[in-house]
Design a protein around this ligand. Sequence first.
Ligand code: IPE
Ligand code: MG
Length: 236
Amino acid sequence: MDGNGRWAKRRFLPRVAGHHKGVEAVRNTVRTCAERGVTALTLFAFSSENWRRPQEEVSLLMQLFISALQQEVERLHQSGICFRVIGDLSRFDRKLVDLIESAQKLTAANTGLILTVAANYGGRWDILQAVNKLRQSNGGDNSPWTEEQLMPHLSMGNLPEPDLFIRTGGEQRISNFLLWQLAYTELYFTDTLWPDFDAQALDLAITSYRKRERRFGRTSEQVSVATETTDRTANA
Ligand code: IPE
Ligand code: MG
């Protein structure tokens, strides 16, 4: 989610106004994804590099996170959404961590949209912490580890890998988001600033995704044969 600051600047408003509007965009996007039947939505809210911002902006973002949790969790729960946070929570205030933990507990059994917020998250950190956990659990084992052994230790655990990655705000970078999981994800970049990201903008991204051919290393011909076979089986 990128572009809150620029959205505010264009309106001669302080950056905080952009972050406030950004929270609204989050609320709308979560609702639209649930309506569209999306299985899992993961939002990159705060990266491990964002601590480098002015102290005032960092505390404001933390405050916004706290108030969004206080206001929204009950509604998320009513909508059957399963809420999770990934990232290194050790640097957050106790109050925020408590709110996150109780929200996760409350919504854990929900079977609707899996909403994950990445906070103080970094893709490299995630891979490293997974390797360290694997080493701890398989300490004595000297045989080479496999992807299947590592994957459950990653923050996204056994969730399916993302089909579509959306970055708003015009930049064309992954910026240390889900590095492992994005290996085969379709990347979509839009100039739309995050506070302006609405249902229409989301649908544009989904339309672009639908036009792509996902080959996973195979040839185009193999993919069309496989799709025809699946279609025939599905129609049988
Ligand atoms: C993204 O918007 C929001 C967060 C990182 C929390 P920015 O704050 O990065 O907005 P720009 O890039 O300055 O426009
Ligand atoms: Mg930015």
